[in-house]
Design a protein around this ligand. Sequence first.
Ligand SMILES: [Zn+2]
Length: 230
Amino acid sequence: MTDLATPPIAARPALLEQPPVGRYKDRTVLAIGAHPDDLELAVGGTLAKLRMSGARVVMAVVSIPADYEARRKEAEQAAEILGCELRILVDGGTPQRIEDMKTYELVKVLDAAIKDLQPAAVLTHGPSEFHRDHVLVYNAAISTQRLRYFDFFCYHPNFCRPVPVQFHPRAYVDISDTVERKMAAIAAHKSQFGNRGLPIDIYRDIARMNGRMIGVQYAEGLDIGRLLLA
Ligand SMILES: [Zn+2]
């Protein structure tokens, strides 16, 4: 059997020597997740790297669906670990479910975030998510593209327990330097993992597999909705 070893890092194209996330230095990146923990699972390493590259990174959580106080605290801890700002977009101080909102209400909430923050890039859920409320957020985020130009990316579908979902990354972020922050941010969501006896090492496994795709130790994959090349 042929040994399909990971190519040495030195074999990477020269283009990757300059981290593409550096394009957002001194600009705002808005990451939108349906619930606390969604962003950490999918792009925790990317968000930490963006912040370290000089971007303002806002982690926008649409709503807290249950256990308001505990989950808000976990989200705050995780955002601090990643060095990012946290915003709860629908926040009446009580649990709120996205499915209870009308489509236009959800679009209005995301529109307000785009108008306020004027992001250079938006990262959010994709269309193949297993959770239906994640797809609702994706659809609402798609609509916000009419307001102004920003790069638009979708991240890996989220799950607490592995489920079969389609996702084919077209862009990768080397998170070898920030994977431990990602794992610590995920672990901060004790109510979702530690307290339920659910392991989190699958997220390291996914990052390792994506890393192998591009010849680095750990990476996160993104699908590209739109991207300005110049
Ligand atoms: Zn979620």
